[in-house]
Design a protein around this ligand. Structure first.
Ligand code: GCW
Length: 842
């Protein structure tokens, strides 16, 4: 018996070894003994003719993957052996090795085929690519197939990427910070330089390549001109070396003012001959150091960046001057379509930020050179949880375009919330803009398939950081994976992508796969429900960190993320008849649908129309009741996540299990912060109560300000809706306590403490009931504010507490630095209350 237990312990340990998440979907865990025999006939030898760093990476990856999956070390041969072999080869070398194989006529960059065949009595497994990248992608596809237990005996598969551009952008700054990055500091830069150790950069390139991504812009679009200085170029060249073995072309973001900023000229006018010469000379200098540089990304005339408007020139003038310098080197210039005026007069009801991209670019169609790509965010505003598709995709018929998506969850929970975005991307990519006769889905438009552009495709802002698991949350990596897979094949379903990712990341246990796939697929609708109903957009802190609720921050300023909510109604009127006229940017069938109140889909209603709160939706609900119901539904859905995750304990390694659990528990609490802030604000503003009497009605809640305070003082919270009752209590001295008496029935209870976890100190809390210490914790989460508000409001839940009438409940708190150990309220409910998720004891 003891021996059995030891064996069991050993096997469990090896299977569930602690994992940091660093390997992401490239873990290659050993196949189980039932699956292993299917691969017994895998050749023992790998042969890759010719010399290529990329194919060499493919070979090393194959050796590594097979060793981990199957426990066998492939033998590397320099010639085709007289035995079974795996052959990694480009199409042009193929006839020299295996005559008579049909080579695909379509040979787009990165395409490949996998084929099992017999030659001279030996079985060959051919991984053939149109180019070296194709060989690499084919190798990853073969490993993926084995990791997913696919058949390889009769392998005969071919694949090609849907579009030439499959890139990520990283908004990393030279000082090592990352704009809108939520997973630690930069993996590329620190302290004004490229980091010394490029292991992370190399491993990131490998991850990208494994899903077919072929370009990566390493620096923030809010660009630092120093990048292009002669001193810095060698550093960039070293960084490019980390990407090269994986066939990922590095690129950088540039500043349009560079000729003046660092070039010693007194102008950056794109039509000035000195500026033209400067760009040419500078680009030549960069390419002398980095011959395979992918190109540049340029954010101009946007959010304070230098641009052609200074000289009355057009975006095409700006793009082409640099595009022409890049052209001889095969470089691309991505010109961002995210151009708008952030000083718009909010009082003018005809002003509209949504119109800006189309207004700025549609007239320039056909004026951009053929190595320029206009890079357009998926919606007309800015990465909101729900937006209509940007009409600009349909307007550029003679211009290369790329769609810009966000893996980094700037407006969708910043990786602290689970929000799997592939279902949203799929809706966008499949959306038909009716840009021409016949179907014109966005995926076909951006890849140049409708109007036959030479290039175009898919870009995602990724912003991985130094956190071991790259994005700060193991589950968020599904977004990076799915982005790559969809950029390769946008016809893949979001479910298939996440299913594949889950199996590669967490293994094949059906319960694990079903639970994770289920939560991932529910997460975007849930997030939309508790943060961004009916296409309203902009209910977060628009002027700041874009995280927690901050409803009024959108209004009365020039940034243009207005929702126009007041006591009478809500929504931006973008109709032609009475509003900003934005809907006219769509083709007639869509413009008609959006213009008409009756036909506009509910989920975009408030993007297109301003309506009273009593307006009845297609669903039959009024707008105001929809606001209440969706927030309660969405928050309730988020409440189920931690419990569903807990069911997986022991089926996932403990390290990732705990890390994800902490995030899901936090999300469940923060979803309620969102719910209450939005519901309270709209109840107060509209004056219309919740028909189901939940809003503002919290019989189980004991407000901090109504407890007996010892040292604590009552303080108003800004914005008011982010604290229950608009107030909280803060401790202005070295320690404080707060207490109240339990007056309910005897029984088992769940106590939740709603407190504020600021980033300017680590306060500590101790909760006791009837004189007994029940729980203690530190407010040490890394939340994006140093104030008590909707970004920092956090819930601590303690289950299974036995209470008797008259018990004293007390919290002792010790503030730290500027964090005053603020408390909002305590909420006590029977442990497993009906209608609530059973929260099991940890
Ligand atoms: O959404 C906004 C972000 C900025 C970002 C900008 C952009 C890099 O708040 O941080 O700047 O978009 O996409 O250029």
């Amino acid at each position: 018996m003891r021996a059995f237990l030891v064996i069991l312990a050993l096997t469990t340990c090896s299977f569930l070894r602690a994992e940091t998440g660093y390997d992401a979907w490239l873990r290659y865990p050993p196949l189980d003994s039932a699956t292993m025999p299917s691969y017994s006939r895998l050749p023992a030898v790998v042969f890759a003719p010719g010399k290529s760093t990329v194919i060499d990476s493919a070979k090393q990856e194959l050796v590594r993957g097979v060793r981990r999956l199957l426990g066998r070390t492939l033998r590397e041969e320099s010639g085709l052996p007289e035995e079974d072999a795996i052959v990694l080869i480009t199409y042009d070398a193929l006839p020299g090795v295996a005559v008579g194989i049909e080579i695909p006529s379509q040979q787009v960059e990165g395409s490949y085929f996998l084929k099992a065949l017999t030659r001279r009595g030996h079985r060959l497994l051919i991984v053939a690519g149109a180019d070296e990248r194709g060989v690499l992608y084919g190798t990853f596809a073969l490993l993926r197939r084995i990791a997913l237990h696919g058949e390889i005996e009769n392998l005969d598969e071919k694949d090609a990427p849907y579009a030439p551009v499959r890139w990520t952008n990283e908004w990393e700054n030279l000082d090592g910070s990352i704009e809108r990055g939520y997973a630690g500091r930069s993996i590329f830069f620190d302290n004004g330089h490229v980091v010394g150790d490029l292991t992370r950069a190399r491993d990131y390139a490998r991850l990208l390549a494994s899903v077919g991504i072929n370009g990566c812009t390493v620096s923030n679009v809010n660009a630092n001109p120093h990048m292009l200085t002669s001193e810095f170029i060698p550093e960039l060249a070293r960084l490019a070396g980390a990407f090269r073995p994986w066939g990922v072309r590095m690129a950088i973001s540039i500043d349009f003012g560079s000729p003046k900023e660092i070039g010693g000229l007194d102008t950056f006018d794109p039509l000035d001959p000195r500026v033209i010469a400067w760009w040419k000379q500078k680009v030549d200098e960069v390419y002398a150091a980095i011959p395979d540089l992918g190109g540049f990304v340029l954010k101009a005339d946007s959010e304070g960046r230098a641009g052609p408007s200074t000289y009355g020139r057009t975006h095409a003038d700006a793009a082409n001057v640099i595009g022409r310098a890049l052209k001889p080197h095969g470089g691309l210039l991505f010109y961002r379509g995210f151009v708008y005026n952030h000083h718009m007069d909010w009082r003018n009801l005809k002003n509209d930020r949504a119109s800006a991209a189309w207004d700025n670019f549609h007239d320039l169609d056909g004026k951009f050179d053929d190595n320029v790509i206009v890079q357009i965010k998926y919606g007309p505003i800015d990465f909101q949880v729900r937006e209509p598709v940007s009409p600009l995709f349909g307007a550029l018929h003679a211009t290369n375009v790329a769609i810009e998506l966000q893996v980094t969850q700037e407006y969708t929970g910043q990786q602290r919330h689970l929000c799997y975005l592939a279902p949203m991307w799929k809706e966008v990519l499949d959306f038909d803009l009716h840009a021409d006769d016949g179907p014109t889905p966005v995926k076909a438009l951006v890849s140049g398939r409708v109007f036959y552009h030479p290039t175009g495709g898919f870009v995602a802002v990724s912003n991985v950081g130094l956190d071991a698991n790259w994005l700060g949350n193991d589950l968020a990596m599904a977004n990076l994976y799915s982005f790559g897979r969809l950029a390769w094949n946008p016809d893949l379903s979001a479910r298939d992508a996440v299913q594949e990712w889950t199996r590669l990341t967490f293994g094949d246990d059906v319960r694990v796969v079903d639970a994770i796939v289920g939560m991932q697929l529910e997460s975007w609708p849930a997030y939309e429900d508790y943060t961004g109903f009916l296409g309203v957009g902009g209910l977060t802190d628009i002027l700041g960190v874009h995280y927690g609720p901050g409803i009024e921050s959108s209004e009365r300023n020039g940034w243009g993320q207005w929702h126009r909510a007041d006591e009478h109604g809500i929504g931006m009127d973008r109709t032609v008849a009475t509003g900003t006229g934005f809907v006219a940017q769509y083709s007639p069938p869509l413009a008609h649908e959006y213009e008409s109140l009756a036909e506009c889909p509910d989920n975009l209603l408030l993007f297109m129309h301003h309506v009273p709160y009593t307006y009845q939706l297609h669903s039959g609900k009024t707008v105001i009741q929809h606001i209440y119901d969706s927030h309660y539904d969405g928050a309730a859905r988020a409440q189920t996540f931690p419990e569903r995750w807990r069911q997986l304990r022991g089926r996932i390694d403990e390290q990732r299990y705990q890390a994800v659990l902490a995030r899901l528990e936090y999300q469940a609490g923060h979803a309620m912060v969102w719910r209450d802030a939005i519901c309270d604000w709209f109840a107060k503003t509209s004056g219309i109560p919740d028909a189901r009497e939940r809003v503002g009605n919290h019989p189980d809640r004991i407000e901090g300000e109504s407890m007996t305070l010892d040292g604590y003082t009552v303080e108003p919270i800004t914005p008011w809706e982010t604290a229950s009752g608009g107030k909280a209590i803060g401790c202005p001295q070295p320690s404080c306590s707060v207490s109240f008496q339990w007056k309910g029935k005897p029984g088992w209870y769940r106590i939740a403490v709603q407190y504020f976890d600021e980033r300017d100190g680590v306060s500590s809390y101790r909760l006791s009931a009837a004189g007994q210490l029940i729980d203690e914790w530190l407010a040490n989460n890394d939340l994006p504010s140093d104030k008590p508000n909707g970004h920092t409001s956090t819930r601590r839940t303690i289950t299974g507490v036995a209470l008797r009438p008259g018990d004293g409940i007390r919290i002792d708190a010790t503030p730290d630095a500027k964090d005053r150990a603020d408390i909002d309220y305590v909420d006590i409910v029977p442990n497993l209350q009906q209608g609530e998720t059973a929260i099991l004891r940890r």
